[in-house]
Design a protein around this ligand. Structure first.
Ligand SMILES: NC(=O)c1ccc[n+]([C@@H]2O[C@H](COP(=O)([O-])OP(=O)(O)OC[C@H]3O[C@@H](n4cnc5c(N)ncnc54)[C@H](OP(=O)(O)O)[C@@H]3O)[C@@H](O)[C@H]2O)c1
Length: 261
């Protein structure tokens, strides 16, 4: 199937590792030119250097720190000055774990601004170029916790639920402009973030990370963590011309982890 992505441009956030890096590579394989946003541009250049030359030439590393308004504005200006992008993949670092009762207002505000507020700002800045072309894709990485809250991940469960409301609302506002807006919901995809959370849980409970992973697998009908490439290919399909009538949706990539229909 030709996904109709050849020659398109994308900005992928959190592209230095994990899900963002996998999405960037998957889009590159389909002929997309990718702005790879992250703080650690050395990590971006490392995977960029390992690409075949034709794909390597289509990667532009972009410094982007979601904890800073100035950094987000500067990244947006770089992209807009070059004509904007057709595809925006909103992705951020995961928030620290914690129970609702352990979190004060300052933490909520800072994390909301980082995970949601600056994504909203960036999207608003990049939408006009998509509206002008009458074609666009806005994809936002969420978490299974917005459907089935994950214990001890209060910030993630709550702030991503707000992002879900934003995504659905925006999808209605721009659908007539040929722009689709969707959420992609990872269950447990094997990245550094999952290793980090398993390590923290192991320490908290006096177990090994392997014990925690085995326990996790037993709750997933597929009996394994997903691979970043499995997640990325779904994002790439949703970004494609072939997914033109999917908007306002939340698509799960979870091996059956979420129990509800
Ligand atoms: N993997 C899963 O199974 C899973 C499940 C549910 C939800 N999620 C969520 O999906 C997102 C990506 O997950 P992942 O597993 O790929 O995480 P990861 O391996 O920790 O990667 C996070 C990415 O976000 C970037 N990042 C972190 N802080 C940033 C900041 N202040 N500004 C800009 N970029 C920042 C990191 O790059 P730099 O450090 O270079 O900036 C990195 O590229 C996370 O929010 C995670 O919570 C993942």
């Amino acid at each position: 199937m030709d996904l109709g992505l050849n020659g398109r441009t994308a900005l992928v956030l959190g592209a230095s590792r994990g899900l963002g890096r996998a999405v960037a590579r998957s889009l590159l394989a389909e002929g997309v030119a990718v702005y790879a946003g992250a703080r650690n541009l050395d990590a971006v250049r490392e995977w960029q250097d390992a690409l075949p030359p034709e794909q390597r030439a289509r990667v532009t590393p972009v410094s982007l720190d979601l904890s800073s308004d100035a950094s987000v504005m500067s990244a947006a200006e770089t992209v807009i000055a070059a004509g904007g992008v057709d595809i925006l993949v909103n992705n951020s670092g995961g928030p620290p774990p914690g129970a609702v009762t352990s979190l004060g207002p300052d933490v909520w505000t800072a994390q909301f601004n980082m995970m949601a507020g600056r994504i909203f700002l960036l999207t608003n800045l990049l939408l006009p170029a998509m509206q002008k072309k009458k074609w666009g894709r806005v994809l936002t990485v969420a978490s299974s916790g917005i459907i089935q809250p994950i214990p001890n991940l209060a910030l993630s469960n709550s702030i991503r639920s707000a992002i879900s409301g934003w995504s659905k609302t925006l999808s209605n506002e721009v659908a007539a402009d040929g722009i689709t807006v969707n959420m992609v919901i990872p269950g447990r995809i094997h990245t550094d973030r999952v290793d980090q959370l398993d390590g923290l849980a192991a320490r908290r409970r006096g177990l090994t990370p392997d014990d925690i992973a085995a326990e996790s697998w037993s709750t997933i009908p597929a009996h394994r963590y997903g691979r970043p490439e499995e997640f990325a290919d779904v994002v790439t399909f949703l970004a494609s011309a072939r997914a033109s009538y999917i908007t306002g949706s939340s698509v799960r990539v979870d091996g059956g982890l979420i129990r509800s229909v």
